[in-house]
Write a protein that binds this ligand. Structure first.
Ligand SMILES: [Zn+2]
Length: 415
């Protein structure tokens, strides 16, 4: 293959331009899904897609697609690249936007080079990946993949009382295409790692082979409130102490195992929450993650068994509510191999890895062969204005994506 590279200055300039849209009075970047600032960001993206000569299509959930259909390929399924451009509150400028703008850069580079792909190419910006204003997250790609009906998604009431469908109409992005109208031949998403692994190991490219499963549960422990001074230790039904034992159990179990399991108790509340009263009730969340479904089930079962034992030992009642559950995703081995080959050919260090965060690619993997490419996040920071990736790493990742796309759209190539 003749060496080709994306236009680095144009990509970096666009990332900065998009990152300047949606700054609030305090200078914080906030482009929540279907908000006014999201509209501004979308309008900017659509203008770039049009300048690149792509067909722009918007579906009913507001997903934006820029499509390059060479003549004679009207009905062929495209190789799709993409991510999202909505943000969290006080966001960094790379999360999501980097993948969308790199996808566009790859298509522009191939068009300009006179490359003739064996199938169409498309770049997607999925609605509401972050899930800050409307739950669940990864909503646009979930709807696209058929995992949630568009009617249910559009009826979602946001944290600010707005209805997503009406907000999409208001900002002009309630499109006419049925969700899933564009089924990809394969899907590749380039993203910042949002974790410390690549930066810590000094590796340029992550070939993401799995995305870990997530189990969210809410645990409620009921004991008995009583006087902190007069109740002997042996006679207490202390919901707070029982909760603390769960925190310690999860951490010790995860640390002792040689597996990538991670366990977190991130929220906890006591009632009545007073210095001199034994807690009557403790409620807390449990976040369990693992790239292996069997092991994730084992961890859930181990927690359930511990809670049974705990209820007897501490003389408390324990109930558990499931809040969310996503199975781990195994990405397409052929695409993962192509990412490794592309990195190797460019002399870039690389490793296989698991994604610790959720991404649109996990939804797209339900309907097409999919994989992800990660680039290092400095200090592993994301969802924070300090989120950063070195320019050289951003450009290297986009060029690996370019090479992967060339290989996947060469005549006769499988995904
Ligand atoms: Zn993202």
């Amino acid at each position: 293959m003749t060496p080709l590279s994306i236009d680095a200055e144009r990509l970096l300039g666009r990332i900065r331009t998009l990152g300047s849209i949606g700054r609030d009075a305090d200078g914080r970047l906030v482009r929540l899904a279907a908000s006014d600032t999201d509209r501004e960001g979308r309008d900017r993206l659509v203008a770039w897609l049009e300048e690149a000569g792509l067909d722009v299509a918007v579906d009913r959930i507001g997903n934006i697609f820029g499509i390059w259909r060479p003549a004679g390929m009207e009905d062929a399924a495209p190789l799709m690249l993409g991510s999202h451009i909505d943000t969290v509150i006080d966001a960094g400028i790379y999360d999501g936007c980097y993948g969308v703008l790199s996808g566009l850069a790859v298509i522009e580079t191939l068009k300009a080079a006179g490359f003739s792909p064996a199938r169409p190419l498309a770049v997607a910006a999925f609605t509401n990946e972050e899930g800050v204003r409307y739950a669940p997250d990864m909503m646009g790609s979930l709807v696209h993949a058929g995992g949630l009906s568009v009617e249910a998604a559009l009826a979602t009431v946001g944290t600010d009382g707005t209805v997503l469908g009406r907000e999409l109409e208001r900002i002009g992005y309630a499109g006419g295409n049925a969700p899933g109208f564009l089924t990809p031949h394969a899907y590749v998403e380039l993203h910042i790692e949002q974790g410390p692994v690549l930066a810590h190991e000094g590796i340029a490219i992550g070939a993401v082979e799995t995305l870990q499963g997530i189990s969210w549960q809410k645990v409620t422990i009921d004991g008995k409130a009583n006087h902190a001074g007069t109740t002997p230790m042996a006679m207490r039904q202390d919901a707070g102490h029982a909760a603390a034992r769960v925190v310690a159990f999860l951490r010790e179990r995860a640390r002792a195992s040689q597996t990538p399991t991670v366990a977190t108790v991130g929220c906890m509340a006591f009632e009545p929450n007073a210095i001199n009263v034994i807690p009557a009730r403790a409620t807390f969340t449990v976040d369990l993650r693992d790239p292996d479904e069997a092991r994730l089930r084992e961890e859930e079962a181990a927690l359930a068994a511990f809670l049974d034992r705990l209820a007897q030992e501490e003389k408390v009642a324990i109930s558990v509510e499931r809040l969310a559950r996503f199975e781990p995703v195994t990405f397409d081995a052929r695409i993962v191999g192509r990412i490794e080959s592309a990195a190797r050919a460019r002399g870039l260090s690389h490793r296989r890895m698991t994604s610790g965060a959720g991404h649109d690619a996990q939804m797209m993997a339900r309907i097409a062969p999919a994989a992800m490419i990660f680039v290092p996040s400095i200090a592993g920071i994301s969802h924070n204005p300090a989120e950063r990736t070195e320019d050289a790493d951003l450009v290297a990742g986009a060029n690996v994506l370019l090479d992967v796309v060339r290989a996947m759209t060469a005549e006769g190539a499988s995904p």
